[in-house]
Ligand binder design. Structure first.
Ligand code: SAH
Length: 478
């Protein structure tokens, strides 16, 4: 098979990343923009010895799972890999992805697998409370013209997007005002290839319960000109706005809910979005939101689940899995701003949270106080370093664990932490995971000694339209 060859194939499966899988003459084809059940005409883009990558050129017979993507950028953007699939088919895909990981990577028996059906959303759009728009110069324009959107493929050029259908509607308006401000005052966008320029990203966060919005441009240096004009444009100036500026740029109407505007300074090269320094410009450098009946402070650099409606479903399942009676000592590792910890604390004797980002630990302590919770304590550091030391405070050994909850990022837990958890010997381990593959790997490790058995895995769809899926797994001591 050669590059640019056209082939016709029936798609019979899908990869974990959402590419269609087809077969032609003993070749396996990974076909972009094709769904199981489609018959497509595809162009070979990268031929290999026994397999090839291809791109759909024409759908000859559409799959029953196919629906029109509501977003015109769905294909090019790549954020919503499943947008052309009906939501029912998306959920089935995710359930299979979890099953495959647990059986193939985790080595669990498919027959007796305690896997529940995935819990989906009623309305699977506009669910994200956080957006991070890369800012760059429009490659199609001769003079520098700032754009916000997404990176095209694996390139540094940005395809403009005005409205992302996963984000709240008012984000488009905020983005529009921000770009108009950059344009008018000739604020240079950051250029990834040269490292020159000023504005790298625009982070927007909203508390869906509180209605509070945080706007945080990520910039390369502290000094940014015309900040007051930006605040005016966002209608959140302390002096009740200087409308002259808004009128000049032809913008009217306020955006309800903007409570916080801050700058985050990131002067380093590379693809890490946020830097260490956050400078408040308007309001406090955080917003608040309510989740599970508790109020949380969220700083720009702290992790906060992006889909609050489904997070409540997830946390409720995690609490059920912890099965607390009020007398337990619980560890919540990778605790972020303490969202799970504080829910647990209401039903436990003592909760110890460990988190690596110092701002998040500060938020967590503040959140405990804000909610009148005194039996939750938070420690900053890597869980795999802090927990094995066994002494969170000097010369005070940690009490014995009844329940350990972990909620690591995609790469899963450090193996040394899993060893420590086994030594802690809790009655139950609750594993919250955003990556089925590392979940399966870690569950296999935790069950290998025969002390623990897997009694439940509950997938929850926190990320509709994307290939990602969240899970809560529970292990009980035999
Ligand atoms: N349980 C929280 C946060 C989960 S996200 C919630 O539901 O909101 C994972 C968190 O782990 C992030 O806050 C991240 O900063 C933190 N983290 C990443 N690596 C870590 C490590 N090695 N030790 C402790 N925390 C870590």
């Amino acid at each position: 098979m050669n590059k640019n060859d056209m082939i016709q194939t029936t798609i019979d499966d899908m990869t974990n990343e959402g590419e269609g899988i087809g077969h032609v003459d003993g070749f396996t084809l990974f076909v972009k923009d094709a769904l199981p059940g489609d018959i497509v005409e595809a162009r070979i883009t990268r031929p290999k010895k026994t397999y090839a990558y291809a791109r759909t050129e024409r759908i000859l017979v559409p799959s029953d799972d196919r629906c029109g993507a509501p977003c015109i950028n769905a294909r090019r953007c790549g954020g919503c890999r499943l947008q052309e699939m009906t939501y029912g088919a998306q959920l089935a895909f995710k359930e299979k992805k979890v099953r495959d990981a647990l059986t193939r990577i985790g080595g669990f028996d498919g027959e007796s697998l305690p896997l529940q059906h995935v819990i989906g959303m009623e309305t699977p759009f506009r669910y994200r409370n956080k957006a991070q728009y890369p800012i760059g110069n429009d490659a199609r324009s001769k003079s520098p013209s700032p754009v916000a959107g997404f990176y095209a493929g694996r390139t540094h050029s940005i395809i403009p997007v005005s409205d992302c259908l996963l984000a709240p509607e008012e984000y488009a308006d905020i983005l529009d005002r921000f770009l108009k401000w950059m344009n008018k005052y000739k604020i240079p966008a950051y250029d990834e290839t040269t490292g020159k320029g000023l504005v790298r990203h625009l982070l927007i966060r909203k508390g869906f319960s509180s209605g509070q919005i945080l706007v945080c441009p990520v910039v390369t240096r502290e000094k940014v000109p015309h900040m007051q004009e930006l605040l005016d444009l966002l209608h959140c100036s302390e002096q009740a706005g200087s409308p002259a500026c808004s009128e000049q740029i032809n913008i009217s109407g306020a955006i309800a809910g903007i409570r916080s505007v801050c700058l985050n300074v990131n002067s380093r090269r590379g693809n890490v979005i946020m830097g260490d320094k956050t400078i408040p410009l308007y309001g406090d450098p955080w917003i608040e939101d309510q989740l599970m009946g508790l109020t949380f402070r969220i700083s720009p650099r702290s992790f906060y689940q992006v889909n609050p409606a489904q997070t409540e479903v997830l946390y409720t399942r995690a609490l059920e899995a912890a099965a607390l009676t009020g007398s337990e000592v619980v560890y919540d590792l990778y605790c972020g701003i303490g969202t799970i910890s504080l829910c647990l604390a209401k039903e436990a004797r003592q909760v110890y949270g460990v988190e690596i980002v110092p701002d998040a630990v500060r938020d967590a302590r503040q959140n405990a106080e804000r909610n009148g919770i005194s039996n939750a304590h938070f420690y900053a550091g890597a869980a795999e370093e802090v927990v094995p030391r066994g002494y969170f405070e000097e010369n005070v050994p940690c009490p014995k664990a009844d329940v350990v909850v972990v909620d690591p990022p995609r790469k899963g837990c450090a193996e040394s932490l899993l060893t420590t958890i086994l030594q802690m010997n809790p009655s139950r381990i609750v594993y919250v995971s955003c990556d089925p593959a590392t979940l399966a790997r870690d569950l296999k490790y935790l069950c290998a000694g025969g002390t623990y058995r897997l009694d439940c895995v509950q997938p929850v769809d926190l990320f509709p339209q994307t290939t990602h899926v969240e899970n809560v797994a529970r292990l009980s001591r035999n």
